[in-house]
Each structure stands twice: as C-alpha cells, then as structure tokens.
Design a binder for this molecule. Structure first.
Ligand SMILES: Cc1cc2nc3c(=O)[nH]c(=O)nc-3n(C[C@H](O)[C@H](O)[C@H](O)COP(=O)(O)OP(=O)(O)OC[C@H]3O[C@@H](n4cnc5c(N)ncnc54)[C@H](O)[C@@H]3O)c2cc1C
Length: 469
C-alpha cells in the first residue's frame, strides 16, 4: 500500500497548523481527530457554534474560526470522527471511524493529542454531579448546555476563564472556591519581572480575575480540605477558608487544577519521556522541532508538554518544517531560516509560562488522594487503601501495582490514575518520580468491539486513496 507523507493525530491548533504548513510544502497529509469538526479543545465547535453569539467565549475562541477555515480550505484528507487506537513505529495507523476499523500507512507521523485535565481526587470526586471545569466548557461549546448554580473549585487560568464565560452568559454561579495556596504567590513573585515581558498575557489574566470579582459572586481564597458532600450524588462542597469550615450547597461541582499532556499515545509507542517538575507531569522527550526518540515520529502542542494554544500553533509549524525537511522537500538551511522566528517566540513565551506554572502549582493535598476511601482508579474502583495494600504486599512500581490491584487496567488505560499512582509510589518509596516511572501501555488505546474489528478496511476510505496517489 502506498504511504502518505504524513499522518497527523489531532486537529487542534497544533495539528491544524502543522497540516496547513505541510500541505503548503507539497506533502500528502491525512489528519485524524475524534471530533466531528476540527478545532481541538480551545476551538471546539468554533466553526459551527450552537451558541447564537460566541462573544461570551472571548476573542481567543473567535480567532479559532479563522484557523479552522484555513484548515478546511487546505488540500488534505481530514478523517473526522476517527479515533486512532494503534500507531506503529512502522508507520501503520489503525483507527475507528463510524463503527469500522481503518488502516493507513505513513512515512512520518505527527502526534498532537493535546492535554487533559489533572484529576483532583478529593473525597467525593467521583460522585454524580461532580465534573471537571473543562467538561463544563465542553458542554457549553458543543451543545450550549450549562449547569445553573454550580460551584467551581480549584485553581488556574482555565478555571477562571470558564467562570467568566458562565458569568458573561448570565448563568448563575453559586461560588468560586480558589485553592491556589498562599505560598504560591510568594514562590511565583521572583518570576514576575521576567513574565512582565509578556505584559499582554498578564493583563489578560488580571482582567479576567477583575471581571469575576466585579460580578459579585461569593469567592473563597486559599481553600483547603475540600470534600464533596452527599452519599449517592453531590449535595455540596465543604472546605476550610479564612480559618473557618464552610459548607456550600450545590448539585453541580466543577473541579479544575490545571492540565497535563494526554500521554496514552506517546507512552503506548514507547517513546522516551521525562518528568517535568515545573508542571508536575510526564511529557514525551522531543528536540526543538518536536522530533521524538523515534526519528520519523514527532509530537507537538500540549500533548508534548503544556504550552497553551498560541504555543501549540508555533510548535505545530516547527514540527511541519522539520518533517518537510525529512521528506526532502525543504533544505536544512531553509528549515532553520523559516523556524527561527517561531523558536524565538517560544523562548520569549517561556518566562510567562514558568510564572503561571509556579503560581498555579497544584498542592500535593489536591493532586494526590489523602483519604483511604477515596477512589484512585475509577475504572476498576481501587481506593487509596487498596493501592497502599498492594504496595505493602511488595508492588514497588506502577506496573507491579497494576498487576496486583488492577489499577490502570480499565477502559481509560490509566489516563485518570497514571500520574496519581506515580506520585503515590514516589511518596511511599521516598524516591523521585523519575525513579518510579509510569504504566507500560499497549494498543488498542480504546475499547473496541469485535464487530468493529471485523469491519476492516485495508484501504481506509476513498478520500485516503486519493490523497495517497
Ligand atoms: C477540556 C479543556 C478545555 C480547554 N479550553 C481552553 C480554552 O478555552 N482556552 C485556552 O486557552 N485553552 C484551553 N485549553 C487548553 C488548550 O486545549 C490547549 O492549550 C490547546 O488547545 C492545545 O492545542 P493542541 O493542538 O495541542 O491540542 P488540542 O486542542 O487538545 O487538540 C488535540 C486533538 O487531538 C484529538 N485526539 C486526541 N487523541 C486522539 C486519538 N487517539 N484519535 C483521534 N483524535 C485524538 C482530540 O480530539 C483533540 O481534538 C483546554 C484544555 C482542556 C483539556
């Protein structure tokens, strides 16, 4: 079967920008995304919003429509509603599309799977009615659905953005419970002077916080000891703030304290990873062009380390320039010349990112479960006490713990519990996270039915055949 020049997984800012650049350079490209339209997380449904007016979502969101339009105008193959579940270092991609299994082959692969929200395993975090703040935004962007009277709890720019989006739309918010520790402000202060070089970003953040403050919703700062109340569903949130124990009644609690790379794809390919102490997460190792430990596999955007949407666009373009060079379509000198402004821009963005990472560094008490009864692995219903028992029985690394307790063996394949398990083992072993490692992952990376597997298309779809000609 003839191979495509490049398959890109993920049609967010990184994947779309890379695809446009690659196509401009003459490469045959296919882009796969499980979404029905391109856009990724930030620009979800930006080209066809169910909201009558998207101004409440902010100018960054509205700018996404232009990128999506440029992507849709580009001569490439876009497999929408397509979920990649096996990526081989031989260039083979297997994916599900409308209940069928498809296969394509490519010379180069670019992974742009984006980020996911960091789980916040407070007591009650798995009760019905508790969701992530990102889920609130997904519902809003995709279906114009909101939850009135919700409590938002946690820390970080995305949390404040979603609260502001709710308030602009006139959706009642019961409270914002901010868990950013007081100490973080002191820790981040020395990084402020360098972050000020990106004064625009800082102003944007301050304006967002002012907007929320002026809306007059109850806000609680330096909150600790969070616990969702309720037996069979959320009834409220208990926490301490200002030296007092407080309880707020609410049926919907949205939690958020940052995002981390979506690791399953890069881990299942056995690419080299490193621990990022600034962002408290694993990330795939790449060079400045996104090239990973396997030369013809590159990664860009938040899936390769959290850099935000603007950074993701730049990283996507850099990866594309390098892939064009590897395909023999761009000389090394031209690659380097065209890449220079992007590399410089990413470097200029780094101090602001470092400031944000330090300011919203998640507290260990919220990142790792504290209560023995709290679920860690939601799929296999394993609690903190179950995992500790496995550790006491001799399971010293994530894979041994998985074998003994089944944590990480469920349908999410450790997406939710992976970082928690690494963190817990690091604490229990009193050793750095790097020494503990992460789950060993395998394909398929999602649940598959036999029916879907049996409906196999060796030549994936007519559009792919055209692209591969
Ligand atoms: C829930 C959520 C909401 C966010 N909202 C905002 C926001 O409003 N504003 C903001 O500035 N930042 C937001 N962010 C951060 C933002 O996502 C990123 O900075 C930016 O979108 C990263 O771009 P990206 O191209 O790297 O990844 P993304 O935009 O996340 O795109 C990745 C794409 O890969 C696809 N994908 C992943 N795995 C597979 C697979 N196996 N098969 C097929 N497709 C796959 C996903 O469907 C997704 O469309 C949000 C993050 C999250 C997790």
């Amino acid at each position: 079967m003839q191979a495509l020049d490049c398959a890109i997984i993920g049609a967010g800012p990184a994947g779309m920008t890379a695809a446009i650049e690659l196509s401009k350079g003459g490469a045959k490209v296919a882009v796969l995304d499980r979404g029905t339209r391109a856009g990724g997380q930030i620009y979800r449904a930006a080209a066809a919003s169910p909201l009558p007016n998207t101004s409440a979502l902010g100018p960054d969101y509205q700018a996404g429509a232009e990128l999506i339009a440029a992507f849709e105008r580009t001569d490439l193959t876009h497999f929408a509603s397509s979920d990649a579940w096996h990526l081989g270092d031989d260039g083979r991609v297997l994916f599900s599309h409308l209940g069928e299994t498809h296969e394509l082959h490519c010379r180069e692969m670019l992974l742009c799977p984006g980020a996911m929200e960091r789980p916040m395993p407070i007591p009650g975090w798995t009760l019905p009615g508790v969701m992530t703040a990102g889920a609130a935004q997904v519902m809003l962007k995709s279906d114009a659905t909101v939850a009135e009277g919700a409590v938002f709890a946690g820390s970080g720019p995305l949390l404040y953005l979603i609260v502001a989006q709710y308030l602009r739309l006139g959706v009642p918010v019961t409270a914002l419970v901010d868990t950013t520790p007081r100490q973080n402000y002191l820790n981040a202060a020395p990084l402020l002077p360098r972050a000020l070089r990106q004064a625009g970003q800082l102003k944007k953040g301050i304006a967002l916080l002012r907007e929320i403050r002026s809306a007059g919703i109850p806000q609680y700062r330096f909150a600790e000891n969070l616990e969702v109340l309720g037996q069979n569903k959320a009834k409220g949130l208990r926490f301490t703030s200002g030296g007092q124990i407080r309880e707020i009644a609410a049926e919907t609690i949205f939690l958020h304290h940052g995002v981390q790379p979506n690791l399953n794809m890069t881990r299942a390919m056995d690419l080299a990873h490193r621990w990022n102490p600034q962002q408290l997460c694993w990330q795939v190792e790449t060079d400045a062009f996104g090239q990973t430990s396997i030369q013809h596999i590159s990664a860009a955007g938040d899936g390769a380390g959290i850099i935000g949407a603007d950074g993701a666009r730049i990283a996507g373009r850099l990866a594309a320039l390098n892939i064009l060079h590897r395909l023999g379509r761009l000389s090394e000198a031209d690659r380097n010349r065209q890449a220079t402004p992007g590399i410089a821009k990413l470097a200029a963005m780094a101090p602001f990112r470092a400031f944000i990472d330090r300011l919203y560094h998640p507290a260990n008490a919220l990142r790792l479960p504290q209560n023995p009864d709290t679920l860690v692995c939601r799929c296999e219903e394993q609690t903190l006490a179950d995992l500790r028992e496995g550790f006491n029985q001799g399971a010293r690394d994530p894979n041994a713990l998985k074998s003994l307790t089944r944590c990480g063996m469920g349908p999410c394949q450790g997406r939710q519990c992976g970082h928690m398990v690494t963190g817990l083992l690091s604490q229990w072993r009193a050793e750095p996270t790097e020494a503990v490692g992460y789950y060993r992952l395998r394909s398929p990376q999602r649940l598959l039915t036999l029916d879907e597997l049996s409906r196999f298309q060796a030549v994936p779809a007519p559009t792919h055949a055209e692209a591969a000609e």
